[in-house]
Design a protein around this ligand. Structure first.
Ligand code: NAI
Length: 299
């Protein structure tokens, strides 16, 4: 097995002033990456901000003998995204890796969500990933290399009460990842998503009895692999928690076909339609369309 190393590759990790992002940063730094430690430094709700948390992670990395610079811009604006990438270019001349990790919470049941709660969460998680990744993607295309790791969540992939804003933003990141994987393919740019579970300030009080097992540092080996040259998959989603790594995916069942389909047929064949036996995992929409055409128009 080859060791995963970064050989001076330049990584931007957003929201790396604490929690998961800090662990990803330390892991990549130990393996030789040069880092931009971005963090707005606000509360878990996204209020306030200072560059202190980012600076203290930079200091930790320097103490380890690594290279890092702090960046206090917000991912939530297009100017902020450009400025974060500019920090990498000014400090290290390029960018090879983006880890979209910055995030906030504004939890409320759907009927109680106000516009501000909806927009703030989508702004940071989903639009933030656009704002940071787009200027970096341009550089990656030109150099023919890039790795993008975006932080999704089981709250979006599977759902969680009180997190309509967060869940929608996190599932949006899966859509973004799918398209970046397709558009990046011929430039050796790989894009994958992770769905972590870890004890951080964001999940305080949630994992009583297993807090120690939910060490955020145990998510970082997955990020290091997906951010490395060795990474094979693209356009995939991986769950990571306490050292357990698994693939999550959108699958397609073989389904039920009837060229004169009625609503009654749908009702009568629901169990065939939903039968998971023999499902496939299409890579992109062309894959699915080919399968459809093979069945509805075999010649
Ligand atoms: P955290 O609150 O410690 O980390 C989030 C970081 O993002 C904070 O340091 C915060 O200052 C920073 N941030 C917030 N808004 C920002 C902005 N506009 N610009 C730049 N930085 C900003 O929480 P945690 O758990 O480490 O979260 C990291 C990521 O993992 C988030 O995207 C979160 O949604 C995701 N996640 C975490 C899970 C968990 O179990 N802890 C579960 C699923 C997803």
């Amino acid at each position: 097995m080859t060791d995963i190393g970064f050989d001076g590759k330049v990584a931007i990790i957003t929201g790396a002033g604490g929690g998961l992002g800090r662990q990803h940063a330390l892991e990549l730094a130990r393996r030789g990456a040069r880092l931009v430690i971005n963090d707005l430094g606000g509360s878990v709700n996204g209020e306030g901000g200072n560059v202190g948390p980012a600076q203290s992670v930079v200091q930790e990395i320097i103490d380890l003998g690594g290279e890092a610079v702090a960046d206090g811009n917000s991912v939530a604006t297009s100017e902020g995204g450009k400025a974060i990438v500019q920090t990498a270019v000014e400090a290290f001349g390029t960018v090879d890796i983006i880890v979209n990790n910055a995030g906030i919470l504004r939890d409320k049941s759907f009927h109680n969500l106000d516009q501000q709660m909806i927009e703030a969460v989508i702004q940071v998680h989903l639009l933030g990933a656009f704002y940071v990744t787009q200027p970096a993607f341009q550089i990656m295309r030109e150099k023919g290399y890039g790795r993008i790791v975006s932080t999704s969540s089981n709250s979006g992939l599977l759902g969680n009460f009180g997190q309509a804003n967060y869940g929608a933003a996190k599932m949006g990141l899966v859509g973004l990842t799918n398209v970046l994987a397709i558009e990046g393919r011929k430039f050796n740019i790989k894009a994958n998503a992770i769905a972590p579970v870890a004890a951080t300030r964001m999940t305080e009080g949630l994992f009583e009895g297993v807090v120690e097992k939910m060490d955020p540092a145990l998510v970082s080996p997955l990020v290091a692999y997906l951010a490395s040259e060795a990474c094979e998959p693209t356009g995939e989603i991986f769950s990571a928690a306490g050292g357990l790594i698994a693939r999550m995916f959108v699958g397609l069942t073989p389904g039920y076909f009837n060229p004169s389909l009625t609503a009654e047929d749908v009702a009568a064949h629901l169990s065939d339609i939903r039968d998971e036996e023999g499902y496939i995992v299409p890579f992109d929409n062309t894959d699915e369309i080919k399968k459809i055409i093979r069945i509805i128009s075999p010649q």
